[in-house]
Ligand binder design. Structure first.
Ligand SMILES: C[S@@+](CC[C@H](N)C(=O)[O-])C[C@H]1O[C@@H](n2cnc3c(N)ncnc32)[C@H](O)[C@@H]1O
Length: 376
């Protein structure tokens, strides 16, 4: 049921970067059109060329200020109080599930790992990292030298993992598929090359793919679906025997995700601490993200035999995990940054925490008050 797009030959790509040429070549090999998830994957992770793959000490991607060369900030980079509070929940999970290993996915610059290792101390014997980008891996190695052989990088899932899993802002960095309803007909949105300018432009094809729920109204609508993030959760279930997992990210439950007013979707780019909605410009120079559909993840987890142990806002999770303990004795500037983690208009409400478990279900401290699992 696919309508054939016109297949422009890649232009000579005057002024285009090696990454853009690499994507244009992949596009030509695929018949002139790449679905958006493949485009996003190459833009972020093409070895040696993608946005994350090229990260290095002078181009660290994640930090407080554009003057330091960064494009955006994440919770552990904003405040060490994030890792300290999360460590209490991780320590509880290690104890309850009888494990002494942590696996972090998508560890960025190693900042959260350093915070967790500091606060977990002897409670953890092994801290394993799964990181897709060589550039980020080398930044992590530098940041975590002090912990020596306790920290290891895994190239693949360990068989029968017994571990507490953590991932902050991993899922929003996973490639998404884009769907577009136009005049009532669903298309998959992809990318092609404009034959005249050689620029990347949007191109749609008819598709049988659909969002996971009806979108009210008959207006034109663009939205994401998240097959890669859901496959990731299924693969967690396949390889995991014991432990708990904490996924922290921005997003919504399905009923909020696919609201008619979100008709432009949630794909967003970040460069020099400014956001824009156009991933086809400055490819490789900026981060590309999409919000997480937490209901879809929870459903994939349950279908694969895992439990949802809790779901709530980052604010409730961190407060339940003791964020405020000792904070009043910290310097004021530190208190201000820590409060950004929980303020409703900053990271407190948009960011959520989803905890999954294998084996016996139990209630982690982060969800003791204001668990919202029923909203998934
Ligand atoms: C937005 S950054 C977040 C970094 C860090 N967790 C933080 O909070 O500062 C996303 C990270 O996930 C990594 N990543 C993306 N997809 C991945 C995957 N499938 N497996 C492992 N790492 C991945 C990226 O390379 C990057 O290090």
């Amino acid at each position: 049921m696919k309508s054939a797009p016109s297949v422009p030959t890649p232009s000579s790509e005057r002024g285009s970067t090696p990454l853009q040429q690499h994507i244009a070549k992949a596009m030509a090999e695929a018949g002139g059109w790449l679905p958006f998830d493949q485009f996003m994957h190459l833009a972020l992770y093409a070895p040696g060329m993608g946005y994350y793959s090229r990260a290095h000490a002078q181009s660290r991607r994640i930090g407080h200020m554009p003057s330091g060369g960064s494009d955006f900030v994440t919770a552990p980079e904003l405040s060490p109080w994030f890792g300290q509070a999360l460590a209490r929940s991780v320590a509880q999970a290690l104890k309850v599930t009888g494990t002494r290993r942590v696996i972090e996915f998508g560890a960025g610059q190693g900042t959260l790992a350093a915070q967790l290792l500091t606060h977990l101390g002897d409670a953890v014997d092994h801290y394993d990292i799964v990181e897709v980008s060589a550039g980020m891996r080398s930044l992590q190695r530098e940041a975590l030298l002090a912990w020596g052989p306790k920290v290891n990088w895994l190239d693949a899932w360990p068989q029968a993992a017994r571990a507490v899993v953590v991932a902050n802002e991993l899922l929003d960095a996973m490639p998404v598929k884009l769907l577009q309803r136009r005049a009532g007909v669903w298309h998959e949105r992809g990318v092609t090359l404009d034959p005249l300018s050689g620029a990347f432009v949007w191109a749609e094809r008819l598709t049988d793919l659909r969002p996971p729920c009806e979108i009210a109204g008959d207006h034109d609508h663009v939205c994401e679906i998240h097959p890669q993030a859901q496959a990731f959760v299924r693969s967690l279930a396949e390889h995991w025997q014991q432990g708990a997992a904490f996924f922290i990210d921005y997003g919504f439950p399905e009923a909020e995700y696919y609201l008619p007013q979100r008709h432009m979707g949630t794909v967003m780019c970040h460069q020099a601490h400014r956001s824009d909605p156009d991933p086809l410009q400055a490819v490789g120079e900026k981060d590309i993200t999409a919000h997480v559909n937490f209901s879809g993840l929870a459903l994939s987890a349950q279908e694969a035999g895992l439990h949802v142990l809790g779901y709530t806002s980052q604010a409730h999770f961190l407060l339940n995990s003791g964020l405020l303990e000792g904070l009043d004795a910290a310097p004021l500037a530190e208190q201000v940054m820590a409060m950004k983690l929980v303020n409703e208009h900053e990271m407190g409400e948009l960011f959520k925490v989803l905890a999954l478990g294998v084996g016996q279900a139990w209630l982690p401290m982060g969800f003791e008050r204001n668990d919202r699992s029923h909203r998934l």
